[in-house]
Design a protein around this ligand. Structure first.
Ligand code: AMP
Length: 173
């Protein structure tokens, strides 16, 4: 099943900096069957799981998260970089290798009674997803699990997601 998808994902050495092998998902998006298969494979583990919302991480998490929400018949919630969301937000600062970063979501987008999955394109060190999970939980929502198109297993991002009940990924490297 994932052979076609694996062939479509490109490796770009030394992007955006030396030593990083960047996983290029744009050929998957450009291939109608590939895109369909990727979204279907990411949605499949969550069918019947009882999600009320799909939380999508800026920006490549939007690409997959929104069609997954459609597949599951629920709404999508955006987690964005600071200053992008127009209404009142809740925000969370988290540590990077050097310095800190901040993410935000609309204050009233989630609350107690919501059961969410959080979607991003790729799991590397897990820092981004761990922060998004914490932000979602700060609303009172329950996080059912998280989903990725790609997992870079050698970076052990799962270690940062220790308290997450389910971690799903379509392609593992
Ligand atoms: P992390 O917080 O380290 O798990 O990084 C995850 C975010 O960085 C994801 O949103 C990815 O889009 C991006 N990212 C990190 N490493 C790569 C890579 N090797 N190829 C493509 N995207 C990456």
């Amino acid at each position: 099943m994932s052979d076609k998808l694996r062939k479509l994902v490109g490796d770009v050495p030394d992007f955006p900096m030396k030593g990083i092998v960047f996983k290029d998902i744009t050929p998957v998006l450009a291939d109608p069957d590939g895109l369909d298969e990727a979204v279907e494979a990411m949605a499949a583990p969550w069918r019947g799981a009882g999600a009320t919302r799909v939380v999508c991480i800026e920006s490549r998490g939007f690409i997959f998260g929104i069609p997954i929400a459609r597949e599951l018949g629920v709404g999508a919630v955006l987690v964005r970089k600071p200053g992008k969301l127009p209404r009142r937000t809740r925000s969370l600062e988290y540590a990077l290798e050097y310095g800190t970063d901040r993410i935000e979501m609309h204050e009233d987008d989630l609350g107690p009674g919501d059961h969410v999955i959080v979607i991003d394109d790729l799991l590397a060190t897990g820092g981004t997803m761990a922060a998004a999970v914490k932000l979602a939980k700060s609303s009172g929502a329950e996080v059912l699990g998280v989903g990725f198109f790609i997992e870079l297993g050698f970076l052990d991002g799962r270690a940062k997601l220790g308290d997450v009940a389910r971690i799903e990924a379509v392609l593992k490297y």
